[in-house]
Design a binder for this molecule. Structure first.
Ligand SMILES: [Zn+2]
Length: 445
């Protein structure tokens, strides 16, 4: 039974992918022209930008080149909240064809808007993103990102359709049905959060489905930070090539950047999203190669231009050209956000550091959770890690040894000793979307 994409179909060069290969001087010129237009649009149509530009003494047309972008003030998530719901729109409502919203941790969500042209740009960057992962017409894409106000579902959906692939708009959840569809529909590519895919891997094993025997060959994973160690685990367990995709609603949704098969950084679709990396403390522009906070400027977005948006994501621009031949600059994969930082007994800790450390130790499963408590005024950090059934049923001595190994590995990375608790498989709650890695009980205790 022919279940997979027809293997006789040759990969087709997507005309839209031509923009991935623009000679750098042509790309810079295009960015410069688009930057001037978008800054003028923002100043003319959005009160917040107009006021901010005036405050820093900048008149529309006052930029002399791309480097002058660094003279403009930042935009932050707080600006989106403060202007809720429509205060940053640069298009009248009758030109806006779509609204999305992302749930804030407190109170009101942030709202983002798209004109038809914005939706077309979004589709084109997603087409290019999928093409970079080696997808093409004939592929069968299981889209397990959530559909709805979240941008993940529709972003991937339009991109896969634009590519000429077959889309299964299954959305998140109902894992048994996901496995059934993956198997029965001959799925060749899947889109979801990496943590949800891990959950599917476990469930497939319980249902006696071997993902390695299915035609599934590509996973496009994003919407949460994940490490290179996690990728290795996913690829080893399933034989699927796992690509990291990056995006955020404030800028467009998924499709801001994606890994190429070199898997050495994510190419940024910088003809539409201009990247800068700044010191998160001082806001100073950092040179290529230096790690800091990613700041993005939308060069073509009509409904809601974002000028120097502080993403809170920590990365560095990678110097030099990628061997794949694309001229788009690359950024390091984002495994941490400045928002994620925990301060434990005065030490800065990122959940991704813990993830990387524990996945290096054999016998662990890629399911973990960090629990923070306070005892006699002192922060306590416990890492709960699931271990393989074989390890768990092993003699107590083996478990103790593994516990010590993990504690050592974490201490090596963080410089502090934390409590490690080994738990049975399936103890830690599974996520169908973004994983909850940290439980902070410090306020109550
Ligand atoms: Zn590349």
């Amino acid at each position: 039974m022919p279940t997979a994409a027809n293997p006789t179909l040759p990969p087709v060069f997507q005309p839209q992918s031509a923009a991935d290969y623009l000679p750098p001087p042509v790309l810079r010129q295009l960015q410069w022209e688009r930057l001037q237009a978008i800054v003028a649009r923002a100043a003319e149509r959005v009160a917040l930008y107009r006021t901010r530009f005036q405050e820093c003494g900048l008149s529309p047309g006052g930029l002399a080149g791309l480097a002058d972008l660094a003279r403009l003030p930042f935009t932050t998530k707080a600006d989106l909240r403060d202007t809720y719901p429509f205060g940053l729109f640069a298009s009248p409502m009758d030109e806006i064809v779509r609204l999305h919203a992302s749930s804030g941790t407190t109170g009101k969500p942030i709202v983002v808007a798209y004109t038809q042209q914005d939706v077309d740009v979004w589709t084109s960057v997603m087409v290019r993103a999928f093409a970079i992962c080696g997808l093409h017409h004939g592929d069968i894409v299981q889209n397990a990102y959530g559909y709805g106000l979240f941008t993940g579902g529709l972003g991937a959906h339009y991109g896969a359709e634009g590519l000429g692939a077959t889309v299964i708009p299954i959305s998140g959840g109902n894992t048994d049905r996901q496995i059934m569809v993956m198997k029965d529909f001959g799925v060749t590519a899947i889109c979801c959060t990496p943590s949800y895919f891990l959950h599917m891997i476990d469930r497939a094993a319980e249902l006696d489905v071997d993902i390695r025997e299915l035609p599934l060959r590509v996973g496009v994973f994003g919407a949460e930070p994940w490490t290179g160690s996690m990728r290795k685990r996913i690829e080893n367990l399933t034989g699927v090539q796992a690509f990291d995709i990056y995006g955020l609603s404030e800028v467009i949704g998924p499709g801001v950047a994606i890994e190429c098969p070199e898997q050495n950084g994510l190419h940024i679709f910088e003809d539409h999203f201009y990247p800068e990396v700044v010191d998160p403390e001082t806001g100073q522009l950092l040179p290529e190669g230096q790690e800091g906070e990613l700041v993005l400027t939308t060069l073509s977005k009509q409904a809601m231009p974002m000028i120097r948006y502080r993403t809170r994501d920590i990365t560095a621009l990678i110097p030099g050209q990628c061997p794949c031949g694309r001229s788009l600059r690359r950024m390091k994969r984002i495994s941490r956000r400045s928002d994620d930082m925990l301060i434990i007994r005065g030490v800065n800790v990122f959940p991704s550091q813990v993830e990387a450390a524990l996945l290096e130790v054999e016998g662990t499963l890629p399911h973990y959770q960090i629990i923070l408590t306070r005892f006699h005024g002192l922060d306590q950090m416990e890492v709960q890690v699931e271990v393989t059934p074989e390890t768990f049923s092993d003699k107590i001595g083996a478990l103790e040894e593994l516990n010590g190994k993990i504690a050592d590995a974490v201490e090596h990375v963080l410089g502090i000793r934390v409590e490690v608790t080994l738990v049975e498989p399936h103890t830690i709650q599974r996520s169908e979307g973004k994983a909850k890695r940290v439980i902070d009980r410090r306020v109550q205790s």
